[in-house]
Ligand binder design. Sequence first.
Ligand code: RFL
Ligand code: PHB
Length: 391
Amino acid sequence: MRTQVAIVGGGPAGLLLQQLLHAACIDSVILKQRSRAYVEGRIRAGVLEKVTVDLLDKVGVNARMRREGLVHDGFSLAVDGELFRIDLKALTGGATVTVYGQTEVTKDLIDAATQRGTPIVFEAADVALHGLDTDRPSITWRHSGSHQRLDCDFVAGCDGSHGVSRGAIPSDVRRTYEREYPFGWLGLLAEVPPCDHELIYCNHARGFALASMRSLTRSRYYVQVGLDETPEEWPDERMWDELAVRLGPRAAATLQRGPAIEKSIAPLRSFVAEPLRWNRLFLAGDAAHIVPPTGAKGLNLAASDVHYLSQALIGFYRDGSTAGIDGYSAKALARVWKAERFSWWFTGLTHRFPDSDDFSRRMQMAELDYIRGSHAAQVTVAENYVGLPLA
Ligand code: RFL
Ligand code: PHB
């Protein structure tokens, strides 16, 4: 089998890249490790920046998002139960975010690929990359017991944080930067209306909490927990009681309880691997970087990476220009690092650190109070939250 661009991984990064390339008449094949049901069943991000919405519009995979997505003009910050609002739309001159789950984005992209006949190989095992430092790279894998091979011009490593692509960059070339946080998020999904029409991020003396949603009838809540805790230690009633405390009396008054459809704990991590290109291999999305979810940047960064990568590949195939390919890593990383900074900062502002003392807590309170009272500070928060423009 032969194609122009072999895409390893079929999460949002790989699927969106395929659609962007398809729109420019560039052939690609996606190889993914998991079944369709597994990928569509995972609950992850929920907030799309305008840049991501625009990219989904551009590839025409937007009908359901436009119909079912909830446009949010703002969000609230709660400090020990007292709320104030960040008016994203007014502060940024019109920008909004769209609440539409990653699961739905993935479903829509897989449906579009199926309808357009763009190839996806599901359940590819033992994927291995070869000849990346030649102009004839290839990929091999096993499917239902038989060995397969795909020859290509380029490989896009979109295989998430546990994929094989990042490791294909020699260790003397690759640099990694990392920060682990001493806590995780316990997430709960329930078929109940959200407690507010917008998101609420809470800094509470007992720890961070977030009230989010997937629709007007489906809520997504998170509380900060220790890394040694398990979902079993958090029966539904304990989680709802804790949310009522951390969200504060105003949100607690409208908090509707219901059985958890899903409950799991995710650790928080900041991570960047550089460079994003090595010869004929490109990295995009979680394969190259991870952000803590405070600020909802993970999926949106995957989208901006593949925008830059598709532009680079289109330049190569249309005009034979290697300028885009040569500049991809620096261009994408410039946006990645700013989102890393915002996610790290927002995490530090809103979470309770086990080693934090009274002074650190006062610093958090002072900064939140400053944001509450300062238009300039709110503009800074808002422009980062809605997503920085594509360079
Ligand atoms: P994905 O979505 O991980 O997709 C990677 C794809 O690669 C496949 N794969 C392989 N395929 C072939 N061969 C191999 N050896 C392979 N190894 C892996 C996988 O099966 C999958 O199809 O990465 P992508 O496309 O870069 O997308 C990034 C986003 O998924 C990610 O940034 C966000 O979901 C991060 N994230 C969250 N972001 C938010 O903005 N808000 C959230 O609330 C939020 N919650 C989360 C998250 C990420 C999580 N994990 C586990 C990483 C919650 C969790 C638990
Ligand atoms: C979510 O709804 O899952 C969500 C929303 C905002 C975040 C993180 C997660 O910052």
